[in-house]
Design a binder for this molecule. Structure first.
Ligand code: GDP
Ligand code: IMO
Ligand code: MG
Length: 430
């Protein structure tokens, strides 16, 4: 039976998507990335060996699995080639099963310079981006002046387009931001060098997916970031510049929306956020430190400490709604081991009223105060548990309550970073 399964972050990213994609693709034929870029950092731990992927899909460690990068992904070619090389160095040959869409927008050095200059100019109001040039690259795409992977194959045209777009951006860099401009010649030479190494990876991802479907194969669509960072539905403007919702899987890979069979939402048992922006359940106390320390909550891309807080069901309700979630996968349950009591935010108080769903926009969200429900913690550790029965009764009660409040089944529970420290109650490819 063919299954096209979307896997998404339901919060502000770093829910453990990489680990779960790697695990579940034991039963898939291909993995596709469909949005974002190397702002993502997806961690896999297999037999104690940790690998962090930024652009290469998390099916990389399984030799039989095809890795596709869809048109919705913004590609920094240098980063992609670096990741391919690093995988080769640890004995993972990916070139023969990696395919990148010719429609992918290219992240160029001026995008990175603009990202950094804009953040600096925002001062206190900075978004806290990853500084990878993601926003400026998507802007160029929508403004219809961006360069795409396919353009690399027409060097003369590429040089011409690059000159014009760089003139425009260098003007802003120098005259508006007072920053240094980016050298055209050097940028062009570097792009032409990269062209030689990337050209045989470029192919029609949309058609590949269409064929896989007709052959009855199973495909995993690997989301990056999380729903609350979605440019439309997230905590705007403290968001990323792509759609991170389930529908983006179709647009960003080139398939019809009805091809998607199942949407699995990955949710941390608590909440974290990297960068700025409202976070109603954020903790600044001992519990916050417990979660950060035990969960090793440091960004996999930038190394920044992640802000930590209680689980937020209000925000999750929005995710379930806009993504049409089929089921939940709860990760990092073990990080909550040792807490005497645990809390779940079930409603917000906003302007003296209680609300069940988060308001749109950062300004209103920043005024929301969490209303909590308290549950007893669990004395016994859940770390490394591989069956539901191994979990202490209070941990099971916490999961049951989550499931009830979200009105969704919990199909998978993760109890450690290691691939196999997982409880699978229902496999999405079965
Ligand atoms: P992603 O961006 O959603 O793929 O998540 P990241 O890789 O950025 O961050 C998740 C972190 O938690 C990584 O360091 C994982 O190795 C780790 N991790 C994933 N699942 C679990 C789990 O169930 N328990 C613990 N303790 N760590 C986990
Ligand atoms: P994964 O896939 C967590 C955050 C940044 C910043 C905002 C905008 O590993 O879950 P950007 O560079 O995208 O313009 O930054 O989005 N952000 C992430 N936070 N996990 C990620 O990816 C993120 N990618 C971007 O910290 O707040
Ligand atoms: Mg991450």
């Amino acid at each position: 039976m063919s299954r096209y399964v979307v896997l998404l972050g339901t919060q502000w990213g770093d829910e453990g998507k990489g680990k779960i994609v790697d695990l579940l693709t034991e039963k898939a034929d291909a993995v596709v990335r469909f949005q974002g870029g190397h702002n993502a950092g997806h961690t896999l731990v297999i037999n104690g060996i940790k690998t962090v992927l930024h652009l290469v899909p998390s099916g990389a460690m399984r030799p039989e699995v095809e890795c596709l990068i869809g048109n919705g992904v913004v590609v920094n070619v240098e980063q992609l080639l670096k990741e391919v090389r690093e995988l080769e160095e640890i004995g993972i040959c990916i070139r023969d099963r990696l395919m990148v869409s010719p429609a992918c927008p290219l992240i160029m050095p001026h995008h990175i310079a603009l990202d950094i200059a804009r953040e600096a100019a925002r001062g206190e109001g900075a978004i806290g981006t990853t500084g990878r040039g993601i926003g400026p690259c998507y802007e160029d795409k929508v403004a219809r002046r961006g360069l795409r992977l396919a353009d690399l194959m027409r060097p003369d045209l590429f040089a011409e387009k690059l000159r014009s777009v760089m003139e425009y951006h260098n003007f802003a860099l120098e005259r508006y931001f007072g920053a240094e401009k980016v050298d055209y010649r050097q940028t062009l030479d570097q792009a032409m060098e990269q062209k030689e190494m990337i050209s045989d990876l470029i192919d029609d991802v949309s058609t590949r997916l269409y064929r896989l479907r007709r052959q009855g194969r199973s495909v995993m669509f690997e989301g990056a970031q999380g729903m609350l960072l979605d440019v439309d539905h997230g905590t705007y403007p403290y968001v990323t510049s792509s759609n991170t919702t389930a529908a983006a899987a179709a647009v960003g890979s080139g398939i019809g929306p009805l091809e998607l069979d199942h949407v699995l939402g990955i949710v941390k048992a608590y909440t974290t956020r990297v960068g700025s922006g409202p976070f109603p359940t954020e903790l600044f106390d001992r519990v916050g430190r417990h979660l950060g320390d035990r969960g090793h909550e440091f960004g996999a891309t930038t190394g920044r400490p992640r802000r930590c807080g209680w689980l937020d069901i209000v925000a999750l309700r929005r995710t379930a709604q806009v993504c049409g979630l089929s089921a939940l996968c709860v990760t990092k349950l073990d990080v909550m081991d040792g807490l005497e009591t645990v809390r779940i935010c079930t409603r917000y108080e906003l302007d003296a009223q209680e609300v069940d769903l988060p308001p749109y926009g950062a300004e209103a969200m920043a005024r929301c105060r969490p209303v909590y429900e308290e549950l007893p913690g669990w004395e016994r550790s859940t770390a490394g548990a591989r069956s539901f029965d191994e979990l202490p009764a209070n941990a099971r009660a916490y999961l049951d309550r989550m499931s009830e409040l979200c009105e969704l089944p919990v199909d998978i529970v993760s109890t450690g970073a290691e691939r196999d420290d997982t409880i699978i109650l229902r496999h999405p490819f079965d």
